[in-house]
Design a protein around this ligand. Structure first.
Ligand SMILES: *Cc1c(COP(=O)(O)O)cnc(C)c1O
Length: 375
């Protein structure tokens, strides 16, 4: 058995090497490294895949969040509701623009922002909500959109971890995560479910005017060449990455289904252990398993992690510290105990290997070793 990895990008590349190499080489021979035709082609492909009205490619998922907030015209001091248990980019973009992150707690079972906590934190300064679809499963968008509508708030979906995840609404209709809020954002960081071979990102909206602003802002605020209508940024998806993503997007459904099969195997093997919770599914959305995250109860996580490491099984802690206790964000005035669920999750979670190249031998080995530890 090969050594076990959290993600296996080399193995994945080898499977699609011929197509990828051809795509990269075509860009090299065209020398259209910036804004080449592959970028527009990818925007169209991603629009068709997701069902989004408009897709604006950009340089990375963090930029996507910042550009989204600039386009929504949030102003200094506006409060934006955001989960305390998330990747830093979500809160960082809010803080960088001089907005105030209004942190709220999450649901302990799904790791996603809790609509009730959103409602409790709305005040006269609130302008927006950033819903993060954690680990591959969507937040309760139907409820969040209702709350937003009632309170006249803009919703951004941070879909960096859940591209391809499908949400079912109570009327039976289905839509992809990232296409429901006013704006959706995603990342093509290499280890994401749709990963480039470098940085990349995209922004979704169903609003044509908003899409025009997103495009303008991501291109220095420029509508006509050398005419700048507003202050923007420089954030482009480069052509080589777009060419790679065109190949990989065609595989995304298969990749998701491989991840779901691994998750089902983990569920069956680990679901009955006493000190472990397997990731809980929410009925309103599919789960595309960016991560397979366990929670440990009444067991020392560090000892468990070291034990697995000793057996050659890597694990990761997403995330070890909630946003309100991070040094950079302490000035917002929070203290330990303010978001007890997020804090507890940070102590309990442990993500185990999940990627498209896992084989049966690795799965049997990993689950066997984990069961041995708890049984
Ligand atoms: C990865 C990630 C981002 C940032 O994406 P980059 O492309 O690395 O900038 C933002 N939000 C979440 C939830 C992420 O997981």
């Amino acid at each position: 058995m090969n050594s076990i990895q959290m993600v296996d990008l080399v193995g994945q590349y080898k499977e699609i090497k011929t197509e990828i190499d051809k795509a990269i080489s075509a860009v090299l021979l065209s020398a259209k490294f910036v804004n080449g035709p592959e970028v527009h082609e990818f925007a169209t492909n991603l629009k068709n895949y997701t069902g989004a009205g408009f897709v604006v490619p950009c340089a990375n998922g963090t930029d996507a969040l910042q550009i989204a907030m600039m386009a929504l015209e949030f102003e200094r001091g506006d409060e934006i509701i955001v989960p305390a248990f998330t990747y830093v980019a979500t809160v960082e973009a809010i803080a960088l623009l001089g907005l105030k992150p209004r942190l709220v707690d999450v649901d302990p079972d799904t790791f996603n922002i809790n609509p009730k906590s959103i409602e409790q934190n709305i005040n006269s300064r609130t302008r927006g909500i950033v819903a993060v679809h954690m680990f591959g499963q969507a937040a309760d968008m139907e409820e969040i959109m209702k709350i937003a509508q009632k309170n006249n708030l803009k919703v951004i979906e941070d879909n960096a971890q859940s591209i391809g995840c499908e949400i079912t609404f109570s009327d039976g209709s289905k839509r992809q995560a990232g296409t429901i809020g006013h704006i959706g954002t995603t990342s093509f960081f290499p280890s994401k479910n749709l990963g480039a071979y470098g940085d990349g990102g995209a922004i979704f909206t169903s609003d044509g005017q908003l899409s025009d602003r997103l495009k303008t802002i991501s291109s220095h605020g420029q509508r006509q060449k050398y005419c700048y209508d507003e202050i923007g940024v420089n954030s482009r998806l480069d052509t080589i990455q777009a060419a790679i993503l065109n190949v990989k997007l065609k595989k995304l459904d298969e990749y998701i289904s491989r991840r779901q099969k691994i998750a089902a195997y983990y569920d069956a093997q680990l679901g009955s252990l006493d000190n472990v919770s397997i990731p809980k599914r929410n009925k309103k959305s599919t789960h595309v398993f960016h991560q397979y995250t366990l929670k440990l109860h009444n067991k020392d996580r560090g000892v468990f992690q070291d034990y697995l490491k000793g057996k050659g099984i890597p694990t990761m802690i997403y995330y070890p510290l909630p946003m309100h206790l991070q040094k950079a964000y302490l000035h917002y005035g929070h203290k330990k105990g303010d978001f007890p669920i997020s804090e507890k999750l940070c102590e309990e979670v442990i993500s185990i290997p999940m990627h498209t190249q896992m084989n049966d031998a690795a799965l049997e080995f990993i689950t066997g070793i984990i069961r041995q530890y708890f049984e």
